[in-house]
Design a protein around this ligand. Structure first.
Ligand code: SF4
Ligand code: SF4
Length: 477
């Protein structure tokens, strides 16, 4: 039987003497605190092929969704500037606090449920950080710098390397493109097109946002990389609470693998060892630089690269695949696992209840919101002849997908006349407009205060009667 010998020694552990941190602090840090660059070897295999398909479908969705329109609205638009969030044809406004809260709760509970069932499947298969890093930027890096050994050799050589400069130029262009797609989710494709087709001088704020996002993307994919998962991402921190012993994880089968040993030793010393030949292929392929044989670790993003790497090794030494595999801690310990657990029942139940409430409230929303506010400045004015004038600001938010014209009428307003410069008030689909109404009351009509009703009608079935308290001489302010 031929020995599997790794192409390179394991990442060096620096011994910096007294005063330095003993052992591993972080998988991507040397003991002296310096960055340990991760140069993973690509492990092609069963899971990698599947992830490749998923990744490119997700990239297609990421690029395409901002262009898709449903009912005249973008499929997804997280318009932070105007505080409007559109999801598949439904727009949520800041006033939709309850709906937004229910939506967020549904999203969070779904993440909790998926994590309880499938562990960090999101991190390894769906997170944009992983998808772009592993399926766009890393392959380009391999194109320029070669495989892991060549990359490490180039790191050790240091100095100016023209190939790396060209690689970073390509990274910069890609970062610019990704930044633009990313922004399209927040400002919409129309606004983005406007920014791109006009001089930066005309929209300095837009230009600054695009430039900053591009720089951040570049820093992330060219330099920060796995630190995002290992140090920054909060999801990694809370996974311990979301996972249980039955959750699906990528794990090493200790019973089968240990005691590990090199094949040469087995052949020459006739030793009885486990299936792990300590080739470290699973370590060299890991994008967060951990050794899966040390058990479940916070840095593991469940990318399955170690499964593919180890399966290839098992094929070579003619042992069954799956020494590193998708399993659960419970399955590893007892040989069998449970799918049904308390949390796996409670999460879907909560999702069903909250999701139903969300669906009901979203489908019963009024097609327009009418708000009456007192005019800015003095609450009312009184002429020498005793005529009292109230200034009323009327705001209409058209929530429908069509432009509407809202006609206003004053009710319960005997002895009053009113001036409405814009009546009917045109309001574009999913926009809000404000107009001012002046209500003049004959002397003596308002004794302190009087409530009138403003009737609004859009001519398409929507009507609203909104009461408003007019003020006059003697009013308690
Ligand atoms: S678990 Fe598999 S890939 Fe990792 S060192 Fe052992 S044999 Fe090699
Ligand atoms: S341990 Fe395996 S699954 Fe976890 S991040 Fe490393 S390669 Fe991916």
């Amino acid at each position: 039987m031929s020995a599997i010998v790794p192409d390179l020694p394991p990442p060096p552990l620096h011994d910096n003497g007294p005063g330095t941190a003993p052992g591993r602090v972080l998988s991507t840090l040397n003991e002296d605190g310096s960055r340990r660059w991760v140069r993973p070897e690509l492990a092609t295999g069963h899971f990698h092929s599947k992830r490749l398909v998923v990744a490119w479908l997700l990239i297609a969705a990421f690029v395409g969704l901002p262009f898709v329109r449903i009912g005249g609205k973008p499929a997804i638009l997280l318009d932070v500037l105007h505080r409007r969030f559109t999801f598949f044809g439904t727009t949520f406004l800041p006033t939709d606090t309850v709906l937004l809260m229910l939506l967020m709760l549904t999203i969070f509970l779904t993440i909790f449920l998926l994590t309880a069932l499938f562990g960090r499947v999101w991190c390894g298969w769906g997170c944009p950080q992983t998808v772009y890093m592993e399926f766009v930027f890393r392959p380009i890096e391999r194109l320029f710098d070669g495989n892991r050994s060549k990359q490490i050799a180039a790191d050790e050589k240091g100095g100016f390397q023209p190939k790396r400069l060209v690689k970073f130029a390509v990274f910069a262009i890609l970062s610019f493109l990704v930044a633009n797609v990313f922004l399209a989710w927040f400002i919409g494709v129309d606004e983005l097109r406007h920014w791109m087709n006009h001089s930066p001088v005309e929209h300095p704020a837009g230009f600054a946002i695009v430039a900053t996002t591009t720089v951040l993307m570049f820093i992330d994919f060219a330099w920060f990389r796995e630190q995002m998962c290992v140090v920054v991402c909060p999801y990694a921190r809370i996974q311990a609470a979301l996972l249980d012993k039955s959750s699906l994880i990528v794990a090493y089968d200790v019973d089968r693998g240990e005691p590990r040993g090199k094949l040469q030793r087995v052949a020459t010393q006739d030793l009885k060892i486990g299936d792990c030949i300590d080739c470290k292929a699973c370590v060299y392929t890991c994008p967060t630089n951990i050794d899966i044989r040390e058990g479940l670790q916070m840095e593991c993003i469940s990318c399955t690269q170690c499964i593919d790497a180890c399966d290839a090794v098992m094929d070579k030494i003619k042992k069954p695949r799956g020494l590193v595999r998708y399993t659960s801690q419970e399955r590893l310990a007892k040989g069998a696992g449970r799918i049904l657990r308390t949390r796996v029942v409670l999460y879907p139940l909560a999702i069903l209840i909250i999701g139903s409430a969300l669906g009901y409230l979203a489908s019963h929303r009024v097609p327009a919101e009418v708000t009456l506010l007192r005019g800015i400045g003095a609450p009312f004015t009184a002429s020498t002849g005793g005529v009292v004038t109230n200034q009323v600001r009327l705001k209409i938010h058209n929530r429908t997908n069509d432009d509407r014209r809202y006609r206003m009428e004053l009710r319960d307003a005997d002895g009053m006349k009113w001036i409405a410069p814009e009546n009917p008030l045109p309001v574009q689909a999913d926009h809000a407009e404000t107009t001012t109404i002046f209500v003049e009351s004959q002397p003596g009509v308002i004794q302190g205060e009087k409530t009138i009703v403003v009737h609004v009608d859009d001519g398409s079935g929507f009507t609203a009667d909104v009461p408003f308290r007019l003020l006059g001489p003697g009013a308690k302010l």
